[in-house]
Design a protein around this ligand. Structure first.
Ligand SMILES: Cc1cc2nc3c(=O)[nH]c(=O)nc-3n(C[C@H](O)[C@H](O)[C@H](O)COP(=O)(O)O)c2cc1C
Length: 223
């Protein structure tokens, strides 16, 4: 399964079986996390077999997550583009996890921050987590905004730009809000922006990763 196929296959999955993440799958997951940390300076950490994070009390009763035993915690230094980076690299891991046969769901809430056993140093923060494991199913397709609302080109959209948009259209966003927008400024320069709102910077990073995969071509760059 290539990256674009994985992007098409991925859906949010919040309920998991007891099957453990182990062996080569675990190794591959740790490798992509290492790679992302090396590239980004983030401190993304894998928490395995820790049921308490998504369980108990108010959180457990009211969330739609069930039997979440593992998660990816995205930790990083508090700097200006931390949220966008968290989204970009988190989604790179999500898509790799999809290729490995795993299921995921980004989670801004529904888990217990105080129970999460990760290293967070002074000046760093836990941005968000991603529930991960073997889902009870593959999730389902959600409604998406039309391409015209997600992207703009003054003249006819070139093929690579349209493909980038189609891939970004499938990006997970908080509450499926899809507030990001891509504009083709000249023949090879793309501006990515988002309107204000909760988690929109994380969403933007996720959508930018999707756009890059879809518009796989060297003839353009980000503004
Ligand atoms: C930044 C972010 C935060 C999210 N937070 C939650 C959450 O707290 N609880 C939840 O059930 N789903 C959460 N989601 C999952 C979205 O609801 C889901 O991705 C969206 O509805 C689109 O569905 P899809 O991922 O199947 O395409 C979050 C997604 C993103 C990108």
């Amino acid at each position: 399964m290539d990256l674009l196929e994985a992007i098409k296959k991925r859906h949010a999955v919040r309920q998991f079986t007891d099957k453990k993440i182990e062996g080569d799958i675990k190794k591959n997951l740790l490798d992509i996390i290492d790679e992302c940390n090396g590239e980004s300076g983030l401190k993304i950490q894998l928490c395995l077999e820790d049921e308490d994070i998504f369980k108990g009390g108010f959180i457990g009763r009211f969330s739609s997550f069930n039997n979440v035993k593992n998660c990816i915690a995205i930790v990083g230094k508090k700097f200006k583009d931390l949220d966008e980076k968290a989204g970009y690299y988190g989604e790179k891991i999500v898509i790799k996890a999809t290729q490995l046969g795993l299921n995921t769901c980004w989670a801004a809430g529904g888990y217990n921050k105080s129970k999460i056993n990760v290293e967070i140093e002074k000046g760093e923060k836990l941005v968000i987590v991603i529930a991960i494991g073997y889902g009870i199913d593959e999730g389902k397709t959600h409604k998406v905004k039309p391409l015209e609302k997600l992207g703009y080109a003054k003249d006819k959209m070139p093929q690579w730009f349209r493909k980038g948009l189609e891939s970004a259209q499938l990006a997970p966003t908080a509450r499926n809000q899809q507030k990001f927008k891509f504009t083709l400024l000249n023949e090879n320069l793309v501006k990515a922006e988002t309107s204000f709102g909760f988690f929109t910077k994380i969403d933007l990073g996720i959508a930018k990763y999707h756009f890059e995969v879809g518009a796989d071509s060297k003839e353009w760059s980000w503004k």
